[in-house]
Design a binder for this molecule. Sequence first.
Ligand SMILES: C[S@@+](CC[C@H](N)C(=O)[O-])C[C@H]1O[C@@H](n2cnc3c(N)ncnc32)[C@H](O)[C@@H]1O
Length: 241
Amino acid sequence: MSDKKPPSDKNGPNTPGKKPRVKHKRTARDPSQSVKTSKGRKTSSTQWLKRQLNDPYVREAELQGYRSRAAFKLIEMNDKLDFLRKGQVIVDLGAAPGGWSQVAAKLGAKVVAIDILEMDELADVEFTQMDFTDNDASDKLLEMLGGRKADVVMSDIAPNTIGHKQTDHLRIMALADMSYDFAKDVLKEGGIFITKVRQGGTQDDLLKELRKNFETVKHIKPPASRKDSAEMYVVGIGFKK
Ligand SMILES: C[S@@+](CC[C@H](N)C(=O)[O-])C[C@H]1O[C@@H](n2cnc3c(N)ncnc32)[C@H](O)[C@@H]1O
């Protein structure tokens, strides 16, 4: 995943409850920084590396001890909609390498997280390495919740893209739909659901569904989400059965 950097061991140096901000001026690298193409490195990986090196969010994630630049997407969405609270129970779907879980745990939440990939331990985060589409995945998450209902279900799940727009769209939307089905089972009244979607066709169907079960439904593209990416997030606020 292009968002990821190698995992570190801790939740990071920030004070719990304090929202980190991206300060582009202080941390941005020279935007013209170039990467020499070495023999054997594919052009696509050279482009990826160049983008990483010139990305202020990548640099800021390193400085603030976040495992991924994706952490800032959640921080920015929370800055706007103010849904994360101390003491919440939060389910993080597609959690690795752990940026969103770190943000939630630092604000004082207890997190239950799943990813198909490994994830290093984090305080206040209970993690299972499992494919969320497995038949047993929901039961495993329910077991980890131990009878607790969730205040927030957040899904940043993204299957690897294959470059075919419509296929990529359908694959991510299938996971968003599954995330929503799971959220309906575990959310408290008044709870929050966040899921990544890709712009195009079928996201309207999901929005229609969400409007039945949430008081407010918002579409949001946080500044940390790359402008050239079709990714955006749908947030349902105020779950009602
Ligand atoms: C964009 S990353 C999540 C980044 C994370 N929110 C963070 O802040 O570090 C998307 C994640 O979805 C996971 N994923 C994709 N398909 C999955 C599946 N079927 N089951 C579980 N996780 C999946 C990927 O392994 C990847 O770690």
